[in-house]
Write a protein that binds this ligand. Structure first.
Ligand SMILES: Nc1ncnc2c1ncn2[C@@H]1O[C@H](COP(=O)(O)OP(=O)(O)OP(=O)(O)O)[C@@H](O)[C@H]1O
Ligand SMILES: [Mg+2]
Length: 359
């Protein structure tokens, strides 16, 4: 069999059970090159398990995942074709970022200088001689991405890459991934939050409880959402009455006193209010609420039960009361330790430029 060179990821009837847990059930989808595809689902939905199967790290119970027409283990130089960042990447804490990258570069037959190239790509040039053990979460994410980029791969698979990134880092990642995909490469990123990746992705695969719920373009998903018009009226009650009489029944009053009308255009409402002689101060079309739809599609996953105050069900206090309140903290708590200057004194901060990376 031959690598078809497409960079396309095909997942067909993929299933994985861990003992009694059906982590992934009969998943099928295609990830095309030239776009950023979001792989979305709530915690425990099976995202990491699926990505690990795509990357040959977990053996599927059934089904197959291929990249460019081949299973991962059939790809000749996988790291030169697929770059991946999975959860909980470990780094040698005492090795500098540059040395870490050089070791990985050597392992896949890339020259030393590639280490500095990928450090620059992810905005870590100024941290090249520092050790990942002293990196922040966001910096470690960047180093993991740099490692994945070493082989200049055609396909990039990232598990929750936005975790730990600050808003600037998220913006940088978004621009980076979009530019990478624009070069005709395949980018698959998982997230449990639609809002986190909404502006990054073009295509979306939504799973929940190991099952595919939606697979297609984000635009189509949005278009399928009914929009609503928010109307600010002088007399909301009269407006509701007039709308109901005209056959618009899906009405709601928003907390700020506006009337939300589903299934009507602004023109229809404008004509209707003009005819009824009702004063309208403003109208606004409400953007489709994707997050709500995502929630419906995924059914919340491991969503917590709503908190219900149930004081009345607690047992009554014992005869004689609850006893004395706990003793106050002893004097001297919290321990007062004299602040010590580290040996050698404090370092002057260097010309820190932030982790903005290339733009
Ligand atoms: N090695 C394993 N052994 C047993 N169960 C596992 C194993 N790996 C995953 N699971 C189970 O499979 C299900 C899916 O887990 P997975 O990590 O794929 O979800 P996820 O979508 O990545 O979640 P998150 O958003 O929290 O990262 C969970 O119920 C999990 O407990
Ligand atoms: Mg996961």
């Amino acid at each position: 069999m031959q690598n078809d060179g497409s960079g396309r990821i095909v997942v067909q009837g993929l299933s994985k059970t861990f003992g009694p847990v059906a982590a992934v059930q009969n998943l099928s989808f295609v990830v095309e090159p030239g776009a950023v595809t979001g792989f979305l689902g709530p915690n425990g939905a099976g995202k990491t398990t699926t990505l690990r199967m795509i990357l040959g790290l977990v053996t599927p119970t059934a089904g197959v995942a291929t990249i460019s027409g081949l299973r991962y283990d059939q790809l000749g130089y996988p790291a030169r074709i697929v770059g991946a960042v999975l959860e909980n990447e470990g780094f040698h804490p005492k090795r500098t970022a540059r040395n870490h990258l050089r070791i990985y570069a050597a392992a896949i037959g890339m020259p030393d200088q590639r280490a500095d190239e990928v450090l620059a790509l992810v905005g870590l040039t100024t941290a090249a001689n520092r050790k990942p053990g002293e990196f922040s979460l966001g910096m470690r994410q960047r180093l993991a991405l740099a490692t994945a980029l070493l082989g200049n791969p055609q396909v990039l698979v990232l598990d929750e890459p936005a975790n730990g990134l600050d808003p600037e880092g998220i913006l940088w990642l978004r621009n980076f991934l979009r530019a990478y995909a624009r070069e005709g490469r395949t980018v698959l990123v998982s997230s449990h939050l639609l809002s986190e990746v909404e502006q990054t992705i073009d295509q979306v695969v939504i799973i929940s409880h190991g099952v595919t719920r939606y697979f297609g373009s984000l635009e189509q998903l949005r278009a399928g959402q009914q929009s609503r018009v928010l109307v600010q009226a002088a007399d909301p009650n009269a407006l509701v009455k007039a709308l109901q009489e005209a056959g618009f029944t899906q009405l709601e009053t928003t907390p700020d006193g506006r009337v939300a009308v589903l299934g009507a255009t602004r023109e229809q409402i404008g004509d209707l209010t003009a005819k009824a002689g009702l004063a309208v101060y403003g109208m606004e079309e409400d953007r489709a609420d994707l997050e709500k739809l995502f929630f419906q599609l995924t059914n919340g996953g491991y969503s917590a039960a709503q908190y219900q105050p149930q004081q009345q069900q607690y047992p009554p206090p014992p005869a004689g009361g609850w006893g004395p309140p706990p003793a106050p903290p002893q004097a001297g708590y919290p321990p007062q330790q004299p602040y010590q200057t580290p040996p050698g004194g404090y370092q002057q901060p260097g010309p820190y430029q932030g982790w903005g990376g290339q733009r």
